[in-house]
Ligand binder design. Structure first.
Ligand SMILES: [Zn+2]
Length: 241
């Protein structure tokens, strides 16, 4: 009984303190500052999202996609399916100019120059237009792969693989033919790697460093070996004398 009374007295004191604090000027200022901080954070997030997607997202209902796409396109783009290997329209198609856009929304994805022969049975590209492709980690079928999607409509394109040594960018975008459409004419956009966003200039530098570094190591090793051999031979000559 005494404990209850003590408790209720303590509660009353707390409530009084709280109402006093609410009335105090500092509490009001604190609340205003918190609101400002929250507002600023919301603005920053919306700016970041806009910069990443570079344009409005295409959002359609399942019924709309079903109506617009062929059944194979719907299976691959919307349900993340895979077309059978070596059957795609663009598997062995290597145009000298033009580019590839998303079959779902027309977003330019890959230049004709970025397409290369990987022999894997699906169209392969070693870079994409900057910001046009998004990635998701895909843990299906007991494997860890990186899924690639159209950044505008989230349509499934395929998967990206790294460090296989095909081209200087060390990226292979393994793309379903039905996910893309070939379009004639140049698309004037910067190209980049999708994993770390390195531009192709960076890719070329990497390629250069890949060649220069071994040559440098070889020269240093060769010189060091010569110095050691020379010192050894002069020591042996001196010992013989
Ligand atoms: Zn798209």
């Amino acid at each position: 009984m005494r404990a209850i009374t003590t408790n209720s007295v303590a509660q009353q004191q707390q409530q009084q303190q709280l109402s006093q604090r609410r009335r105090s000027k500092s509490f009001v200022v604190e609340q205003q500052q918190q609101q400002q901080r929250r507002r600023r954070k919301r603005t920053q997030i919306s700016i970041q999202t806009k910069a990443m997607t570079s344009g409005e997202k295409v959002q359609k209902s399942d019924a709309e996609w079903k109506k617009e796409l062929t059944s194979q396109q719907y299976q691959v783009l919307r349900l993340k399916g895979t077309e059978p290997a070596r059957t795609g329209e663009y598997d062995k198609f290597y145009p000298s100019e033009g580019h590839f856009v998303c079959a779902g929304c027309g977003n330019p994805l890959y230049s004709a120059e970025s397409k290369f022969n990987s022999g894997c049975g699906w169209p392969a590209f070693d870079k994409c237009y900057e910001g046009s492709v998004g990635t998701n980690v895909d843990n299906s079928f007991g494997m860890r792969r990186v899924e690639i999607v159209c950044a505008k409509c989230d349509g499934h394109l395929g998967h990206v693989f790294e460090n296989e040594g095909f081209t200087p960018t060390a990226e292979r975008h393994c793309v379903n033919s039905v996910s893309v459409k070939y379009v004639e004419g140049k698309c004037d956009q910067n190209e980049a790697k999708v994993i770390d966003g390195t531009s192709i200039a960076g890719g070329a530098q990497n390629a250069l460093s890949m060649l220069i570094r071994p040559a440098l190591y070889f020269t240093i090793g060769y010189t060091a070996l010569n110095v050691v051999a020379h010192s050894a031979s002069s020591f042996m000559t001196r010992s013989a004398q």
